[in-house]
Design a protein around this ligand. Structure first.
Ligand code: CAA
Ligand code: FAD
Length: 377
């Protein structure tokens, strides 16, 4: 593994760092309070080229490798994990099409992303969370169309996307082997947005229920073959989980930097609290964990870029980095004491935002199952 970034990667990292410092960090607390990303920030994210990161060059996208994308999400995670999640959901939703889409499907999906609009990846249902193979939404073939019925829940960008990847079962009795992936456009008759979740953290991101009531779509919107959906979903999650890791690393880094700065400024017993060894131990643990998490994220992305199997490393990166974000943000609140618990400082937001990293894109229990399966079988 090469630890040197290319000049292009360094330029990209710097560009996003500057963008985040100017356009995201100053507004993060406001977005957390309002629970929304302002329209003008979408425009700026689009102009900065941050909404179509996975689009290949031949479809007018940036054609970035996974490591470069991770560097971008790390910077976005420093500014606001809610904004980072919204943009990362575009990458997540694009992968089924990147992996197996036809030329027509690629043009359709990438045109949306290249034009600053959003996409959503809808796998989860009320009865199918960790057990993704239990999807109950059905897709029944009717001539040259499919008719979809069911309910999806907890879908990032659900209320604001233009294009959706919907997983449905085309053979009810086949379980996992009946799962099939489809593209559904916003506004298709029978396709409606249900309730929006009121969340603990990543409040700038939009999370909604989706209802499919006799939604008719052309068979040309099916991605891959019937029954191929579960593998498409798993391969997509392999590709996207390191980006959750990258957002987690950025989030942890921001909390760490706040804790370091505060510990040097805050005086108790006539000394900066940074001079107390018990505080130093917390800062040292934070530094160690962040460094390890960052390297695991980079390694998973590097393996993907080498074109070799990386399912285990993807799960390791997501799991370790998410646990790191949780631990580091809890300790950052501790270093700030009562001020950490107050909304006067962003430490409590970092802590609330960190929790979801251990839950979405597969809980950290599920990541441990994936890791164990790859070790044992
Ligand atoms: N790549 C390719 N194929 C894979 C695979 C992978 N990574 N993982 C599994 N498969 C294949 C297996 O080889 C197997 O194929 P065969 O039957 O042909 O041998 C098939 O899929 C079934 O595999 P398992 O027996 O391992 O399946 P399982 O039912 O035990 O489930 C699981 C495995 C890992 C628990 C899976 O259900 C899972 O990942 N659950 C978590 C769901 C999840 O991550 N949801 C995230 C939703 S998106 C989101 O959250 C986005 C957001 O917040 C923004
Ligand atoms: P459950 O599966 O019911 O799990 C409950 C608990 O049981 C967890 O601790 C879990 O680890 C544990 N558990 C379950 N099974 C096992 C097992 N076999 N072994 C050990 N422990 C187990 N989904 C999408 O499809 N698209 C999205 O864009 C999306 N965005 C999301 C955004 C937010 C803010 C949230 C909260 C969720 C989002 N999700 C999305 C759904 C997310 O992926 C699921 O919440 C997650 O996979 C867990 O499913 P669940 O909530 O049903 O929990």
């Amino acid at each position: 593994m090469d630890f040197n970034f290319t000049p292009d990667q360094l330029d990209l990292q710097k560009m996003v760092k500057d963008f985040v410092a100017k356009e995201i960090t100053p507004h993060a607390l406001e977005m957390d309070k309002d629970g929304v990303v302002p329209a003008d920030l979408w425009k700026k994210l689009d102009e900065a080229g941050l909404l179509n990161l996975t689009v290949p060059e031949e479809y007018d996208g940036p054609g970035l490798d996974a490591l470069s994308i991770a560097l971008i999400y790390e910077e976005l995670g420093k500014g606001c994990a809610g904004v980072a999640t919204t943009t990362a959901a575009n990458a997540l939703a694009s992968y089924p099409v990147v992996l197996l889409g036809t030329d027509e499907q690629k043009r359709k999906m990438f045109d949306v992303l290249n034009n600053g609009k959003l996409a959503a990846f809808a796998l989860t249902e009320p009865g199918a969370g960790s057990d993704a193979g239990a999807v109950a939404t059905t897709a029944v073939k009717d001539g040259e169309d499919y008719i979809l019925n069911g309910t999806k829940c907890f879908i990032t960008n659900g209320g604001i996307a233009e294009i959706y990847i919907i997983f449905a079962n085309t053979r009810k009795t086949a379980g996992i082997r009946g799962l099939t992936a489809f593209i559904v456009d916003r506004g298709t008759p029978g396709f409606t947005v249900g309730k929006e979740e009121e969340k603990m953290g990543i409040r700038a991101s939009n999370t909604c229920e989706l209802v499919l009531d006799n939604v008719r779509i052309p068979a040309t919107n099916r991605i891959g073959r019937e029954g191929e959906g579960f593998k498409i979903a798993m391969k997509t999650l392999d590709a996207a989980r390191p980006f959750v890791g990258a957002v987690s690393v950025g989030l942890a880094q921001a909390a760490f930097e706040l804790a370091v700065k505060y510990s040097k400024e805050r005086v108790q017993f006539d000394k900066p609290i940074a001079s107390f060894q018990l505080v130093q131990a917390m800062l040292a643990d934070m530094a160690m964990q962040i460094e390890a998490a960052r390297l695991l994220v980079y390694k998973a992305c590097w393996l993907k870029d080498q074109g070799v199997d990386y399912t285990k490393e993807s799960a390791i990166a997501k799991c370790f980095a998410a646990d790191t974000a949780m631990k580091v943000t809890v300790d950052a609140v501790q270093v700030l004491g009562g001020y950490g618990y107050s909304k006067e400082y962003p430490a409590e937001k970092y802590m609330r935002d960190a929790k979801i990293m251990q839950i979405y894109e597969g809980t950290n229990q599920i990541q441990r199952l994936v890791i164990a399966n790859n070790i044992l079988y």
